[in-house]
Each structure stands twice: as C-alpha cells, then as structure tokens.
Design a protein around this ligand. Structure first.
Ligand code: SF4
Length: 296
C-alpha cells in the first residue's frame, strides 16, 4: 500500500522556498497508515522530499490532496487507476470538492480520516468498498494506534518531531478551514492525556512542535498535558488564541512544561474586522498585555 503526499511542482525547485515544504512530515498519512494490519506492506512518499516513482502497482494508493497539489494529485491518481490500482483520495481539497475528486478516485474521504479510513479498509478487505466515506458524528481519538513514524524519513525534515494531540479548534473564525472540514460532527476533540504523553515519549530528541490549531483549546486537557510534561526536559512550540493567553495561568503552566514560542492569530486591531470575521476570541482583548505575558 502506498501513501502519497504530492508536491506542487514548483515546490520541488531549489529556488521556490524549499524550506517551507520540508518543514513537517506528513503526519496525516502516517496516522492513516497506523490502521493497516501488521502484515500489510506500506510505503509513505512525500513528494516534497522524496523521489516519487510510479513504475509500481500497489494494491491501494492513498493520496492527500491540497488545493495547491490537486492537479498533480489527480494526474497521479489517474495514472495509478489506469494501471488497475485502487486509488483513494482525501484531505482538505477533497472535502471541499468531493465530486471533483471522485472523478479521479475509486473512493474519496470527506472530513477527518480516523473514523472513515478504518471503515474503508474493512470494506476493501471484504471486497465492497464504497465510493464516498464521509466523517460524521462519533469522532474520537480514543484508541488511536500510534502514528506510523517508522514510515517517515526523519532526516529529511527540519522539524521531524511535529505532533498533533487534538483535532480542530473550539473557535469559529469565518476565514478558517476548520468548520468546513469538520462539518457534520465534532469540530474539536482531544486525545486522552495519557495517549498524548505516550506519543511524546516515543519522540527522540528534545524539541517538539505541536501543530494543533489551538493547544490551549481544552483547558483541563492542556493543564494535565503540561503537568505530565513537566520534568520531561522537552522544549516546544505551539499555537493558541489571544484569550487563552490572558485567561488564568495556563500559559505559565505551559512555560513550566517547556513552551518556548507560541503562534497567535492577532489578525487585526479593527473591532469591525474581528466582528466581520467572527473572531470573537480577540474582541476587546489587550494585545499588548498578551504579548507581554508571552515575553515573560
Ligand atoms: S482560532 Fe485559528 S484554528 Fe481556530 S477557528 Fe480561528 S483561525 Fe481557525
């Protein structure tokens, strides 16, 4: 079985911001691969950092589609289907335009894949895969198998220790991908704290990069996570909202656990623009105080 993250053709050029495209490994595909059976052979090819060859014919080809790589993703899908391989497409672009993607796929995934991909694998093995798998209610990260980091070529990435312990975000900014991607079910949910800590302890080295949309989004979860991380000797980065920095002392707990930088969407000083974009968490918030708090 082959998992492919296609590259925008230009991203392969050394003159086209190559660092941006070799920052983080494809955790989404490595997460899907964790649902395979132990004796399934699996390969994960990130077109940004690997040489993608297409002279093979795996039983299953899974391709992650973004708007920027969609043409190449569809061309790869068509090529593999013409050879008789079973091709499944998923990701943000497929969720936005499932009918377009379905023209190039045997199956498409709409929304997050932790619920739909195992169901698809069961159907595929039973010889009755469906055309469309849409994630709905009942989303959970409980019982998720460990991410197949063994399929990731760590040395090719600037930040190999990226990690995601939640999905989505509790906020609803108008311009964000989040509500559209998670439509039909929960838009924010977390791992169990113990599972998140176990995933962290599987990562070598010292530095971590949390790619969660809002690491402080569930305060009890984040508090317990930071308690568990204290003493681990990790240093990490993450993302959170202005209000979560100003509220309570969670940000201090994060710093004690090793937080060293935070990505924050200030977006605008204009109240009207915040209202227009439904960015309520920034309304009437003192940005200067938030920045001061972060600089300690
Ligand atoms: S806070 Fe960030 S991740 Fe959450 S909805 Fe707004 S833009 Fe999206």
């Amino acid at each position: 079985m082959k998992f492919i993250l296609p590259a925008l053709t230009e991203a392969k050029s050394p003159f086209f911001r190559p660092i941006k495209y070799s920052l983080f490994p494809p955790l989404g595909l490595a997460t899907l691969a964790s649902f395979l059976a132990p004796d399934d052979e699996a390969e994960l090819v990130d077109d940004h950092v690997d040489l993608l060859t297409t002279d093979d014919c795996p039983d299953l080809v899974v391709i992650q589609v973004y708007i920027t790589n969609a043409y190449r993703a569809y061309a790869l899908a068509d090529l593999y289907r013409a050879k008789g391989c079973y091709v499944a497409l998923g990701g943000l672009h497929v969720t936005a335009l499932p009918q377009e993607a379905a023209r190039h796929a045997d199956s498409v995934f709409v929304g997050p894949g932790e619920q739909t991909f195992p169901a698809f694998l069961r159907d595929l093995r039973a010889g009755a895969p469906q055309k469309v798998y849409a994630s709905k209610s009942g989303r959970t990260l409980n019982g998720l198998p460990p991410v197949r980091r063994d399929l990731i070529k760590r040395r090719r990435y600037l930040v190999p220790n990226s990690i995601v312990v939640t999905r989505g975000c509790p906020q609803h900014c108008d311009f964000c991908y989040k509500d559209a991607f998670f439509e039909g079910g929960k838009g924010f949910y977390t791992q169990k704290v113990d599972d998140a800590l176990a995933e962290i302890s599987r990562l070598p080295g010292r530095h971590l990069y949390f790619l969660d949309d809002h690491l402080l989004g569930n305060r009890p979860f984040a508090g317990q996570l930071f308690d568990g991380m204290r003493g681990m000797g990790r240093l990490f980065q993450g993302a959170a909202t202005v209000d979560s920095i100003l509220h309570g002392d969670l940000i201090e707990h994060a710093a004690e656990a090793g937080l060293r930088s935070l990505f924050v969407g200030f977006e605008t000083f204009s109240t009207k623009n915040l209202l227009d974009s439904n960015k309520k968490q920034n309304l009437s918030k003192d940005y200067a105080r938030a920045a001061k708090r972060l600089s300690g």
